[in-house]
Design a binder for this molecule. Sequence first.
Ligand SMILES: Nc1ncnc2c1ncn2[C@@H]1O[C@H](COP(=O)(O)OP(=O)(O)O)[C@@H](O)[C@H]1O
Ligand SMILES: [Mg+2]
Length: 195
Amino acid sequence: MKYIVGIGGMTNGGKTTLTNSLLKALPNCCVIHQDDFFKPQDQIAVGEDGFKQWDVLESLDMEAMLSTVQAWVSSPRKFARAHGVSVRLDASDTHILILEGFLLYSYKPLVDLYSRRYFLTVPYEECKWRRSTRSYAVPDPPGLFDGHVWPMYQKYKREMEANGVEVVYLDGMKPREKLFHQVLEDIQNSLLNRS
Ligand SMILES: Nc1ncnc2c1ncn2[C@@H]1O[C@H](COP(=O)(O)OP(=O)(O)O)[C@@H](O)[C@H]1O
Ligand SMILES: [Mg+2]
């Protein structure tokens, strides 16, 4: 069985943290990080607001991300081997792929591929504070969070809801361990219901 999990949601919601814990706990589990598909800086458009438009779908090479997902779908074993994931040789032929990123449910060709879609959120103040403590390869210019990051987050979330995309919301304010166990149990239950 092939099972694709989305760990989506806002910037600094805790997506990468949760994903790394799940990867260690789930058998035959590969990961694809959406952040790896950002286009080069010189291809990122500058908006009327003067900000480089990083937080929009057009800044990501989603075709390349989709091809990578398709490579996993066509042969999870080969994909795992190529990415250094050891494959357990037990009877249950379950293969899991985690897609992790901030715009997982806004790209049409991907949206129906998920078995389960999670969406991490924290309140505005917490999100802004967490973001201010991070150091990114391309540092945020002053005003980017309120001028671009937050409005784009709201826009895509509204669209996702308007399109009726079904997600499981996760409270990113919960302790890391609690979130991890909650999602691990949920995935395990969902896998049992399918087999
Ligand atoms: N459950 C949590 N509670 C408090 N802080 C968290 C939690 N999960 C992650 N963090 C912290 O928040 C920041 C963003 O986490 P990260 O997993 O990188 O988020 P994302 O991948 O969604 O941007 C990091 O400093 C991380 O240590
Ligand atoms: Mg991350």
